[in-house]
Design a protein around this ligand. Structure first.
Ligand SMILES: *[C@@H]1O[C@H](CO)[C@@H](O)[C@H](O)[C@H]1NC(C)=O
Length: 263
């Protein structure tokens, strides 16, 4: 009677600790799974680095002069290319895109159509204006012909939390180029849905002066593509190492326990 019960117990025990218990299976899969995810991120990183290199290379090229009429379907290939455009600002259709923050100061980006002397009108993000100075409309003083260095961009992709634009109330939350071009007069007024971000290449003092005088401050000529794959790689591979260690430790523990079992 006593011997049967002890056999039953040891059978139960070895079953519970067997290699095929759900915990062990899970622990065995985790290192492989996380390793695969890490490897996938390595591929993503390679791809992203290549993309950034390509964009950098585009950005280094000499500025284009835009044709009179811009072929909108070819535009995507020219993203991040520098362009030089000439014309007059259409201040009547100035748009304030915001809220935006620059160096801890709240404000907007000033978007204005540029009526090109030798072609169609395009939409230009002239850059940051602080909230406190926006009503002074210092930018309105620019009524002569200007030459602008900028870079071609696509419009913004809105996310779930971006509110709707309300052009009729002068409220712009994201750069919806189609709507902005319509607002500026649309096809009838020869406005094309082309979005250019003005480039500012001056030094920091110059930038600060602009911000303190309500003069729009353009963006630096740089690529703003997120690249967080390196940190994902570290995370996934660390998890893989960690779960492997757990698995091996548990395996050894089971072995020891089994070795101690009376035969
Ligand atoms: C516009 O660009 C597209 C894509 O590059 C090209 O297929 C098309 O022929 C161009 N159209 C004109 C009118 O040049």
């Amino acid at each position: 009677m006593e011997s049967t019960s002890s056999t039953g117990q040891s059978q139960y025990k070895s079953k519970k600790d067997s290699l095929l218990s759900p915990t062990m299976i899970l622990l065995g899969i985790m290192p492989i799974f996380t390793f695969a995810l890490g490897t996938w991120q390595v591929e993503r990183l390679k791809w992203k680095v290549k993309l950034i290199d390509e964009l950098q290379e585009k950005l280094q090229r000499d500025p284009l002069s835009l044709p009179r009429r811009i072929n909108l379907s070819a535009l995507a290939d020219f993203t991040y290319r520098k362009v030089i455009i000439r014309g007059k600002w259409d201040h009547a259709h100035a748009m304030l895109l915001g809220p935006r923050v620059y160096d801890g100061t709240n404000g907007y980006h000033l978007i204005e159509p540029l009526v090109r002397t030798d072609g169609t009108t395009v939409i230009v993000d002239r850059g940051f204006i602080s909230q406190d100075l926006v009503d002074r409309k210092a930018y309105l003083q620019d009524s002569s012909e200007v030459e602008v260095l900028g870079m071609l961009r696509t419009g913004h992709v809105r996310n779930r939390f971006t509110p709707d634009n309300h052009p009729e109330q002068g409220k712009w939350y994201w750069a919806d180029i189609e709507t902005m071009a319509q607002y500026a007069g649309g096809e009838q007024a020869s406005v094309q849905s082309v979005f250019i971000e003005e480039i500012f290449e001056g030094h920091a003092g110059d930038a600060a002066w602009r911000v303190s005088h309500g003069i729009p401050l353009g963006r630096p000529p740089s690529i703003d593509v997120r690249n967080s794959h390196a940190s994902y790689i570290v995370t996934w591979y660390s998890l893989s190492v960690f779960t492997t260690t757990m698995f091996v430790r548990l395996l050894l523990k089971q072995r020891r326990a089994r070795a101690r079992l009376p035969r």
